[in-house]
Design a protein around this ligand. Sequence first.
Ligand code: AMP
Ligand code: ZN
Length: 463
Amino acid sequence: MLQVTNTLTRAKEPVRPHTPGRVAMYSCGPTVYRYAHVGNLRTFLLADLVRRALEVGGVEVRQVQNITDVCHMTNERFDRGEDRMLVSARLEDRSPAEIADYYTRAFLEDAAALNLQRAAAYPRASDYVPQMQELVARLLERGHAYEVDGNLYFAVESFPGYGRLSGNTLDRLRAGHRQDEPDPRKRHHADFALWKAAGPGRLVKWPSPWGDGYPGWHIECSAMSLATLGEHIDVHTGGEDNVFPHHEDEIAQSESVVGHQVVTTWVHGRHLLTGDRKMAKSAGNFTSLRELGERGRSPLAARLLFLQARYRTPLNFTWEALEGAERTLDRLRSRVAAWAGSAGAAGREPGAAGYEERFWAAVDDDLDTPRALAVLAELEGDETVAPAARLASAQAFDRFLGLDLAAQVGQRLPAGAEGLIAERERARAARDFAAADRLRDRLATLGVEVTDTRAGTTWRLRH
Ligand code: AMP
Ligand code: ZN
């Protein structure tokens, strides 16, 4: 049974669904005003791994991932009456809806390239504004919200559990209060906006009982998660920066409306860093999957790179590490193809049981992916296990890893290539690197790319 670290209890716990055998999972999705960066994708991969681990264990998972399309408001000073979607729209001379559609498609392509399984639904925030308004109205009715000039705020003092997720309880927030411009409209400085009045010149706004305006970011996720998954959500995923205020505020809103705990298990991934700083759109230090492709790297090499670190450790992104992951991926695939080649037509073989047990134990132990990959590497080097059994186990592991490990199975080298590879190996062994390079070029003209690894030379066909 899968155990994960629950941010709410700070403990490793089994995922125990409210309805046995069926997990309802909500994953915070992308803001679609530009391409996702690989840091975002690391967080989305976490959701995919939780889901695959549960599904391999026979659990049915209904996953919903929202799309924050318009009206995303993270930081009021940045916001200054317009949101990031609008800034982008102006820069690119397209309407906010066009921008959102374009980057939603790009996000779905990136997700597919990374082998992230498709969610059951991708609700768009702009389609749920009536539900958001309904929640705000109920919060008002129940005394959890107040209005000032068309702006609605959540009153944090009305929710006793505030701070349980992040540790930012009200006494601590007061002590750590360091806002240079406290908003005079708020009763408590930690109160947050549920609905904001539209200022002049604002393009995207909706009519509401409190005048034209637009929703706060946190209410979007409360509304979409309650509307699509109901009042019992087993797993909610996001990146570590979502813990506060986004998820803390989501809990306050949702639970104040329904009157009980909604989300059981919160799973947060640590950040992807570049040069020891968080990879971020605003910091300009980000890399998209497209840039990876431009540099000749494959998306699944990034997937492997992320699997090489556990989700709850920060990971520094470097091109060298990515290149290393690409080589490992090539090696694994050619090994799997070799096992398939020598396994013959024996049909389905049982896998290597001892290895499988250890692999799944690592996965279930809070997604210990480095340990799981180490088990695979050990199996790769164990010549005492029959190729057919190694193949069967590698394919079973790939249901979780999602690395297309069997991508080269059945692929045939073009005529003459095998002889050139052997000749090149002899040249390398004789340290005649000039000859080896010439042979590499001849292979490239045949569409064959060779990579040298410690375990020998591997090849793949260029598409
Ligand atoms: P955004 O598109 O900015 O709303 O972010 C989408 C998701 O990516 C959120 O769940 C964030 O927590 C996550 N995220 C943002 N930056 C990083 C990063 N550097 N590493 C990992 N996850 C991130
Ligand atoms: Zn969210």
